[in-house]
Design a protein around this ligand. Structure first.
Ligand code: SAM
Length: 246
């Protein structure tokens, strides 16, 4: 199952702040337009639709585990499977795998990369980006500080945020062990601003914390975290991944 739940309608509205990140990842995926491509963790499908537009003679298989995300994605995409990536299997191998803003929500990267290798044809490309080492470090520090205050701490007993911000070296090693070759992994700082910062924070990077707080106090919690966060952008650090199936 997914490690967190999503407010898919809110995500669709506010995640426009992250489109620039995904656009760069899309540019790294060479396509002639006839391939079958898997979008691993399609969310509401807004980025997937841009990928689909590059496949006029091809096929896009979009996959996500969250039922609300899948329902919205099905409004615009022809083929959306509700599947946990950790259990992914397809009848035919795909030519390429694309993924944005998803792998860090999957805590078992060894199994994730094994599953991806299992559905990719030999020579097929993996082009992906997710949160990497140091991602949202300042925001996370502020969230942890606020969570430990007397006013909030009862909601955070035994709480560990459900993400894995991996580093390039361990990711390269894991991908190689799963059968990928020509693997390149690198970190990229990518500060993000939003016109709707409070709802963006609550829906995306602070979602795991906000979901622990009663709904009528989430805005207050998010404001307290943002007040303690230096600067006026979210300090994203992305882990870029490219490779081919050996
Ligand atoms: C931040 S959204 C990214 C959506 C889209 N790729 C984008 O860039 O806007 C992360 C997505 O990953 C999905 N996800 C997380 N863990 C998953 C898993 N184990 N299997 C399938 N989908 C997963 C979530 O349901 C969510 O829709």
């Amino acid at each position: 199952m997914t490690a967190r739940s999503w407010d898919a309608a809110a995500y669709h509205r506010v995640s426009v702040a992250m489109d620039a990140m995904a656009a760069q990842v899309l540019e790294r995926l060479p396509l002639d337009g006839s391939e079958t491509v898997l979008d691993a963790g399609c969310g509401t499908g807004r980025i997937s639709a841009k990928l689909l537009a590059r496949l006029p003679r091809g096929r896009l298989i979009a996959v996500d585990a969250d039922p609300e995300m899948v329902a919205i994605a099905r409004e615009t995409l022809p083929e959306v499977l509700r599947v946990d990536l950790l259990d992914l299997a397809l009848p035919e191998p795909v030519d390429a795998i694309f993924s944005t803003a998803t792998f860090h929500w999957v805590l078992d990267h060894d199994r994730l990369f094994d599953r991806l290798a299992g559905v990719l044809r030999p020579g097929g490309r993996l082009v992906a980006q997710c949160g990497g080492a140091g991602n949202i470090a300042a925001l996370r520090t502020a969230a942890d500080e606020v969570s430990s205050l007397p006013a909030w701490r009862s909601h955070f007993v035994d709480f560990t945020p459900p993400f894995l911000f991996a580093d390039p070296d361990s990711t390269r090693d894991r991908l190689t062990a799963s059968g990928f070759v020509d693997v390149e992994c690198w970190l990229q700082p990518f500060p993000v601003a939003s016109d709707e910062m409070p709802s963006y924070l609550e829906t995306v990077p602070l979602g795991p914390w906000a979901q622990r707080v009663p709904s009528d106090r989430r805005a207050e919690f998010v404001a307290a975290v943002w007040d303690r966060t230096p600067g006026d952008t979210v300090d994203y650090v992305r882990l870029n991944i490219t490779g081919r199936r050996g």
